[in-house]
Design a binder for this molecule. Sequence first.
Ligand SMILES: [Zn+2]
Length: 359
Amino acid sequence: MAEGALHVRGVLLPEGEHRDLWIVGGRLTYQPVAGAETVADGGWVVPGLVDCHCHVGMTPEGPSATEEQMVAQALTDRDAGALLLRDAGSPVDNRFVQDREDLPRLVRAGRHVARPKRYLRDVGVEVEPDELVAAVAEQAGRGDGWVKLVGDWIDRGIGDLAPLWPDDVLAAAVARAHRLGARVAVHVFGEDALPGLVAAGVDTLEHGTGLSGGVLEEAARRGIRVTPTLVNVDTFPGIADSATKYPAYAAHMRALHATARDRVRDAYEAGVPLLAGTDAGGVLPHGLVVAEIRALHAAGLPAEAALAAGSWGARQFLGLPGLVEGAPADLVVYAADPRRELGTLAAPARIVLRGRVVR
Ligand SMILES: [Zn+2]
């Protein structure tokens, strides 16, 4: 009899087979373990959900979260079923989260790389274009295989969204990150920055609300992933309302919001792999991954594809396996089939993180 061993029986996703699995030493096994405690019998078993774009360390009040606030953010995500978080840039050091057995796994991108006055204040590292390659190299050394770039933002001189970086500098910076073994995630709202970003070979487009036409086809061809952050895009009209001094920018943000759902559906149909991310920590609270999965479905993804974007598909992209022999025991059990009704994701029956029942 194995001390602390657990037993789960149910329909395992994405395969959809009714099976028994055991958990011992924080890992899954399909070899029966005598004396294991049954913690779920029946239901649907899903690899831990993933929030592919959140910020542990940022709060709506500003980029200065305390350790206590960061723990609360991570616990909120965990209790919503999100057992793996990709942190898309944090101004404060959140590495301690990775040492806590009770908190979700965290893949970090270091700090945002932006230009002076071209991003949220006090959040990113701010450099001029001739310093971009060096700044990217430095952040590649500080993250867990990810660098976060700000690709466009309002240029108050122009009064509208505009790219931050010349295309040749961008290409050199992305190449440098890749040589250092880091992937590049880029914040981009508008259309104009996209051709340069796609040509530079970035790995993920965050928000990506301007993606359509030829540049969408090119992103699909290159296998660039997109994190639509639809729950965050729903804040665009509010951003527009408060941008009274910049009417062109305000109109642009409203237009991007109005077309966001159609563009997500177009991206899916074009074969662009999508990721579920909430942008929690900016203006939104943590714990919204299920709302984002449902928003992707409402935009036109089949329910199973929307779930994959926030579970097994995203885990695989971030380097974690699904419910296979020897995998880390991170899973969520639901009473009903989430592929039939995504609403069931709002009420996890069991959450197992690192082989321990946390709910
Ligand atoms: Zn973000």
